[in-house]
Design a protein around this ligand. Structure first.
Ligand SMILES: [Zn+2]
Length: 464
């Protein structure tokens, strides 16, 4: 075997490093034409800044030969050695080092410094560089190109639009009952670079996916009592935070929020994740928007679990309770979200209530809270009213799935009268389950609701 053959073996080692996510450098050590050892760069995997291919291959060879001197050996390495490796090579008194690609930034074989040519160092090692240089450079070029692309993708995923704010991650630390990993998506056309957060728990290939949509001023935290029940059944749960809410980016301007935009985001989100076998779970705006989604792609949906919400077709006047809520939001734009939850939910801890304030550290983060109440379609011409009427027709005449309705009886905004009316509009929706203690945020009693939904849709969950 000649120099090229041994360099090919070193290149094969470099390819192994590339697969392992290391800077792809490979080395072999040869004595009398016989391969003694081979190794590749591994500082990342071994948590060792000295784990360069040359060091590892000399270490292995010295152990095999039972001698820390490698006087009569030749080392082949695909990249010009650094000063550390050049020093180690001299210490080992190698006869010769043959290296491939030059390393203009750190090369100690002549590119930056030539350690092997220092007369003051008592050296014995011949250095022969640029052997198969182009071939040896290829895996390095591949590696650094991959790295650049990965950095670019990451930068795109973390970039924040000038016209938006992002709640600091710190605000969401240690929230009670919310252990789930954050997922982000920003490449939906409707998002135009805004970063949207969502939970995606359970097996990606599960036969059942619960799509849980929150309303104003909540976020995916609202589903923390229901998610564990669905996961325990082996199902998948997907729960997005709408733009402007939760961990999602928040447009600065109130006017960024429109019915059609949020609906487009949700439709694109469902398509991007290619969600199927969907059990649609809606409440409040999660329903005002969410109930308009299935008609677009009915084949994705199996069931509807609906809690205090409405179809805002603009045909009937909005309820007194809703108008009161809208007025309150207008009068007190800085209302305390935690207190709102505390009022209807004496069972919640102070920390749980505070978790609903977490997304909104100041007025700059509250555009959605200001925009949503006036955005509920109130007349037949209001934005969103026409699509809501189409949805009403869909639910009344075309919905093929199963449905289940829960009503939080204490809700003054979208309570029993509104919900009884909605039940009549949903084909084959059975008698609702009325929860006497629950208020508007019905999901705060979600454990029991999730169990009943599992039982109703899948005749399972008895052991929960
Ligand atoms: Zn080195």
């Amino acid at each position: 075997m000649n120099d090229e053959d041994f360099m090919q073996l070193a290149l094969a080692q470099a390819e192994l490093a590339l697969t392992a996510g290391e800077v792809p450098v490979g080395a072999v050590l040869v004595r009398d034409g016989v391969l003694i050892a081979q190794a590749h760069n591994a500082p990342v995997g071994q948590h060792d800044p000295s784990a360069h291919a040359e060091i590892l291959v000399m270490r292995e060879a010295a152990a095999k030969l039972g001698n820390y001197r490698l006087d009569d050996c030749t080392l082949y390495v695909t990249l010009e050695p650094c000063t550390m490796c050049a020093g180690a090579i001299l210490n080992a008194r190698l006869a010769k080092v043959v290296w491939g690609a030059a390393e203009p930034k750190t090369g100690a074989g002549g590119s930056v410094i030539d350690v092997f040519a220092q007369a003051q160092l008592n050296h014995h090692t011949l250095s022969q560089g640029q052997v198969m240089a182009e071939q040896c450079a290829l895996p390095l070029q591949t590696f650094f190109k991959q790295q650049r692309l990965a950095h670019k993708a990451q930068a795109a995923a973390t970039r924040l639009r000038d016209d938006a704010v992002r709640t600091p991650d710190l605000a969401f630390n240690n929230l009670p009952g919310y252990p789930w990993q954050a997922n982000y998506i920003s490449d939906l056309p409707a998002l135009n670079g805004l970063r949207m957060h969502y939970l995606d728990e359970g097996p990606a290939d599960a036969q059942v996916t619960w799509l849980c949509l929150h309303g104003n001023p909540a976020w995916s935290y609202l589903y923390r009592h229901m998610i564990p029940v669905f996961l325990a059944a082996g199902h998948r749960v997907v729960a997005p935070d709408m733009p402007g809410f939760g961990k999602s980016d928040k447009p600065k301007k109130d006017s960024a929020h429109t019915f059609d935009w949020h609906r487009a985001v949700l439709l694109e989100f469902i398509e991007a994740l290619d969600l199927r076998h969907i059990q649609l779970v809606v409440q409040d705006w999660g329903g005002i928007l969410g109930l308009t989604l299935p008609m677009a792609q009915p084949w994705r949906y199996q069931s509807l679990l609906v809690m205090n919400t409405m179809l805002a077709t603009g045909e009937q006047p909005l309820s007194e309770g809703f108008l009161g809520w809208r007025q309150m939001c207008a009068d007190k734009p800085m209302f305390d979200v935690a207190k709102l939850f505390a009022r209807g939910n004496p069972q919640m801890s102070a920390d749980e209530c505070a978790a609903y304030n977490a997304p909104f550290p100041d007025a700059g983060h509250r555009a959605a809270l200001r925009a949503f109440p006036p955005m509920v379609p109130s007349g037949v011409e209001s934005p969103g009213a026409a699509v809501s009427r189409q949805a009403a027709d869909f639910w009344a005449n075309h919905w093929q799935g199963r449905s289940l309705m829960f009503i939080g009886k204490q809700d003054p905004v979208l309570g029993e009268p509104v919900m009884r009316d909605l039940q009549q509009r949903i084909r084959a929706c059975p008698e609702p389950v009325v929860l006497p203690q629950a208020g508007h945020f019905v999901q705060e009693h979600g454990h029991e609701i999730a169990l009943q939904a599992l039982q109703h849709f899948f005749h399972s969950g008895d052991q929960q």
